[in-house]
Ligand binder design. Structure first.
Ligand code: GDP
Ligand code: GDP
Length: 470
């Protein structure tokens, strides 16, 4: 499971500066979707070979009244659920009462905690650090987040235990020098394995027969538990039990119409003794992890509420992770036509940029429309795991240009020569040609849609990259 790193500290010590440093490469992906609010608090980060979720806990001000009461609920929850805490202090401002209050709280949590002294640019780091030893920590790390100094070294240390897990796993895999097709459980694995054409074909076929991991996500009260219960209560569904921990989402294997699924239940319904027991506290981190682990994300939205920033940031998690997506607009029962029209036009206006995702109008309470969700989930999964060969991509590129020629740029015709797959999940198509950097956005969108239609790819984002070759 992907590790979670929480950034903790009083205001102004540089948490969001460090957050931006760590998540910067990821922002590029989100930027492909104009209209998406960027959640500055949660992000997926990649550093060298490490991947992790980073949380800026923001809300802590650690005032004299006692840090406990002052901490926002989600910030506290973030610390509880984090695997590693980076406790930031300001090397220029020196030790403050707020730092001490936070340190006291963290000591009681017994989490792996790294004390990070920030802003050591242009000052003597060692003497700036001296007074922070009073906080009773074992080790201290000096960084200048704004200059990206010391950040990589710090993260290497903080994530070392997780990297070891990774290495152990890899070593396990290397023992047998022959790659087993059964062991290839993702498109990435298959591509990395360098198989013969026939073996790759077989591996892809197998992959498409795997259970689909489906995460049902949404903000509190949209109807996730009602929907999960509806799905599990259906007679055509065969449910298997699988033990889970109380910290993570519950994984529920099930089968319907010959297709196996694993439901990733973020609402925690199976953990409750009965339906009337209190709903689990909503956890953003749990949702993030579920999204990372899923093949397909089912985002549930409440038709009776306006689309909120929280809906959009959950959507952002899914897009960021490159997951396939299906949207369910729930509580569609008993709405009059005028309201329905209004909801639809709001969806168009605010979610128009995710035009690849199927939208279903359902009632989890009455079961209306729920059966059709499976079709879209399967379609989204098939699209995301589909193999796309260079010859096919190049042929489609040719057809797209025959139907609609690229424009002239400064009297020269743009020629797009060939295309190949540059990655999966989300699928990336790399197009080679001349003058591609000057290709107008409208033609890029035309190509994207042409590929989407030709490859019948619904439910998954596709990215197109261009490479200039004169
Ligand atoms: P937060 O409130 O903890 O999220 O702090 P911010 O990231 O907003 O940073 C507070 C201020 O400190 C901003 O003006 C930053 O530009 C500044 N800052 C952050 N990191 C550094 C650093 O490494 N060196 C210096 N000199 N200033 C920094
Ligand atoms: P969760 O927090 O997302 O798991 O939401 P719940 O499943 O607990 O549902 C929250 C409330 O919405 C409950 O009172 C449900 O009865 C109600 N609800 C859920 N689905 C529907 C629906 O399709 N139609 C209507 N009218 N109410 C629903």
């Amino acid at each position: 499971m992907i590790p979670v790193v929480a950034l903790v500290g009083r205001p102004n010590v540089g948490k969001s500066t460090l957050f931006n440093r760590l998540t910067r490469t990821r922002d590029a992906l989100v930027a492909d979707f104009p209209g998406l609010t960027r959640d500055r608090k949660y992000g997926k980060a990649e550093l060298e070979e490490h991947e992790f979720i980073v949380i800026d806990t923001g809300g802590i001000d650690g005032s004299e009244e006692g840090v406990e009461t002052k901490m926002a609920e989600q910030s506290l929850a973030a610390i509880e659920e984090a695997d590693v805490v980076l406790f930031l202090v300001d090397g220029r401002a020196g030790l403050t009462a707020a730092d001490e209050a936070i340190a006291k709280h963290l000591r009681s949590r017994e989490k792996p905690t790294f004390l990070v002294v920030n802003k050591i640019d242009g000052i003597d780091g060692d003497s700036a650090c001296a007074e922070f030893w009073q906080l009773g920590v074992d080790a201290m790390y000096q960084i200048a987040a704004a200059q990206n100094r010391g950040v990589t070294a710090l993260m290497e240390r903080a994530l070392a235990p997780f990297a070891e897990n990774l290495k152990a796993k890899e070593a396990e895999g290397e023992e047998s020098d022959e790659v087993q097709i059964e062991d290839l459980t993702s498109v990435e694995d298959i591509e990395k394995a360098n198989l013969s054409e026939a073996d790759a074909e077989a591996a892809y076929k197998r992959l498409q027969e795997q259970p689909i991991k489906l995460a049902i996500i949404g903000r509190p009260n949209v109807g996730k538990s009602t929907l999960t219960n509806r799905i599990l209560g259906e007679e055509r569904v065969v449910v298997f039990d699988m033990p889970g921990t109380t910290r993570d989402s519950i994984y529920i294997p099930m089968e319907r119409d010959g297709q196996e699924y694993v439901l990733i239940d973020t609402a925690g319904i199976r953990r409750r003794k009965n339906m009337h027991q209190a709903v689990e506290k909503f956890s953003v981190i749990q949702t993030l992890k579920a999204v990372e682990d899923a093949n397909v994300v089912l985002l549930v939205i409440d038709a009776r509420e306006n689309i909120s920033d929280q809906d959009l940031s959950l959507l952002g998690f899914a897009l960021n992770a490159g997951r396939s997506l299906v949207i369910a607009v729930n509580k569609w029962d008993g709405l009059d036509n005028e309201v329905k029209e209004r909801v639809k036009s709001e969806l168009d206006r605010r979610l128009g940029f995710v035009d690849f995702a199927r939208i279903h109008f359902i009632s989890a309470l009455h079961g209306t429309g729920v059966g059709h969700l499976y079709e879209s989930v399967q379609e989204a999964y098939q699209s995301a795991t589909k193999r796309i060969s260079t010859s096919m991509l190049t042929r489609i590129l040719q057809m797209a240009q025959d139907d609609h020629q690229p424009p002239m740029i400064r009297g020269r015709r743009v020629k797009l020569k060939y295309a190949h797959a540059g990655g999966y999940n989300p699928p990336i198509i790399v197009i080679h040609g001349n003058l591609v950097n000057e290709l107008p956005g409208s033609y890029k969108r035309y190509l994207m849609n042409y590929y989407r239609k030709s490859l019948e790819m619904m439910g998954t984002p596709i990215r197109i990259q261009f490479q200039n070759s004169e």
